[in-house]
Ligand binder design. Sequence first.
Ligand code: NAI
Ligand code: MG
Length: 487
Amino acid sequence: MTDMLATTRPGKLIINGEAVDAATGRTFRTMNPATEEAICEVAEAGPEDVDRAVKAARAAFDGGPWARMRPAERQRILFRLGDLILEHADELGRLETLDNGKPIFESRQIDAPMAANCFHYFAGWATKLAGETLPVQPAFFTYTLREPLGVVGAIIPWNFPMIMVGWKCAPALAAGNCVVLKPAELTPLTAIRIGELALEAGLPPGVLNVLPGKGSVAGEAMVRHPGVDKITFTGSTEVGKHIMKTGADTVKKVTLELGGKSPNIVFADADLEAAVRGATTGIFYGKGEVCAAGSRLLVESSVHDEFVAKLAERAKRLVPADPLDPKTRLGALVSAAQMEKVLGYVDTGVSEGAKLVAGGKRQPVGGKGYFVQATVLDQVDNRMRVAQEEIFGPVLAVIRFEDVEDAVRKGNDSPYGLAAGVWTRDVNKAHAVARRLQAGTVWVNAYNFYDAGMPFGGYKASGFGRDLGPESLREYTQVKSVWISIE
Ligand code: NAI
Ligand code: MG
């Protein structure tokens, strides 16, 4: 780990194509949650820096280089950024693991390629966005133009820092917007590094500005800034609601991807071995700090006991270990506060009457770190707090159901609607249940699959708007109707 620290430079803000200090000169420390040690100091953006970044973005947009550039050139630059992310996947993976605590297997093999995949996929869209000709009246030639919004403020969370850079920035930039990006204060490092790589790829100054800093200061200033046309946000429900209200003053367009309490539903006729694996990765991948985590496991009564026994055994084998070890599959939670929150929920569940069948405790690695065991709570009632509230950690709540009706009712009995899983060998049941679940994504005989080409987002309190896929381009464009009189 020591040699890695040596290559971790202090983080700066990226404004108008330059790495700069905050106007106030303030910095904050980013920590490694696996060792509880500081990694480095990072410049802390304040309102003045937000204003500088927004002005730079506006200048690049309003008649600037990005607005004037041919789409084919934008495509080439964004594709090159995808290539650079892949070329730097070792470095980015290590930075992500140090900053966030997730296993290097995930950050190097999954997150870095996914971030690159976003730039490669959306690069192609830069040359394919088009309006329509709509012949509505003989006296007019009428058509639409699909135009960028202007300056997009992207506010992202700490659970998938570099993936979120790809999810938000790639479509926004491909559509011709400029971006001011604020990474989470707990995990700023990969966003800063990708900001540097973007300049290397040829992105003109001001097109992508990166402002590490506090949500309540830099994030708040972005949401209030009249020069920002849209906020795209992924994070907590509480902050999402706040952004919607605050953004109303300047009529901001908003996309919100918020929490989840996703049901992973196992029918008795499923391939139970595959379902046990899917239930395990569904909750323990990313330490359970995953908005779409399959945190409510709904199991059909007739196979419940057998299934839970297998699941508990698997969870006990999944022990927390050094995130930098390529064999590790369960890392450290992102912060002491997150760990306390998660352990608090384990206590809540037990006091509500749930039965702890695996894990439940902090388990430091080498005497340090915010590691929590893979935890399974059985005999959970869907009305308990551990079944209704987002825990955001490696804690699975197991709930029984009797039949399809009961599964659908319990599955939908949640304020959230981000994702769901269905495990069955019955193709009719799979399609029927997929339709009836109130969720933005449904996986059948699989869990936690993502692709830059497939839309992702929430129903109900999980938010609105979509990341990824062709759908996401609507979130970063607006339509102009042009009427040409031809008489
Ligand atoms: P958060 O919602 O505070 O953080 C997300 C982003 O919003 C960060 O970049 C943060 O700096 C920014 N932010 C915070 N306050 C802001 C404000 N007033 N204006 C503008 N931006 C602001 O999430 P936090 O506090 O880190 O985590 C709390 C809980 O939220 C977690 O325990 C988890 O349950 C949930 N969460 C859900 C995520 C998801 O992907 N759905 C991601 C992160 C957290
Ligand atoms: Mg950190």
